[in-house]
Design a protein around this ligand. Sequence first.
Ligand SMILES: CC(C)(COP(=O)(O)OP(=O)(O)OC[C@H]1O[C@@H](n2cnc3c(N)ncnc32)[C@H](O)[C@@H]1OP(=O)(O)O)[C@@H](O)C(=O)NCCC(=O)NCCS
Length: 169
Amino acid sequence: MEPKTPKDSSTIVTDLVLPSETNPIGNMFGGELLARMDRAASIAARRHSRRIVVTVSVNHVAFNKMIPLGSVVTVEAKISRAFKSSMEIYMDVWIEDRESGLRSKANEAIYTFVAVDEMGSPVVVPQLIPETKQEKKRFEAALRRKQLSLVLAGKMEAKHATELKALFE
Ligand SMILES: CC(C)(COP(=O)(O)OP(=O)(O)OC[C@H]1O[C@@H](n2cnc3c(N)ncnc32)[C@H](O)[C@@H]1OP(=O)(O)O)[C@@H](O)C(=O)NCCC(=O)NCCS
């Protein structure tokens, strides 16, 4: 299987915030953004693996900035690392100033997807070769995040999380 780069599957989804997608103080409802990010991540994971993909974990979400009604919101999803059947997808969320058109970073998130066959069993995905400085940094830290996610999900014993242990040595 040929390795791929993050740009091979990079996915950009831009959409408005409508009234039905806001909370009582007129800002975007968190669950709406989570759903948009899940869709963008799923497209990126599908482009990378060319398989059926399912969300296995939402590893990290930071809601740093409120997103007002009417905002133009862009979710950029990129594979940050591919393991055997799982892929970590890193998302940056931008909002666009109405007058200047300048983009500012609103949020970011990290999801993990697994490629599966028609029976729902995990299948092997192509490896990822990071290219830019940021892609290399995210790639390097992804194994640590995977181990943390597995420990928190009760799927790995903390004593086997070598990357996490290394942080405290
Ligand atoms: C995803 C799924 C197929 C994995 O099945 P499984 O029996 O746990 O398979 P495995 O243990 O081999 O795990 C598959 C991969 O997922 C990774 N994984 C599993 N749980 C994880 C978690 N919480 N965080 C990060 N990675 C995880 C494993 O490390 C493994 O990665 P690798 O193959 O790259 O090394 C299964 O859990 C599933 O179907 N989940 C439901 C998915 C779904 O419906 N999502 C939408 C929710 S509405």
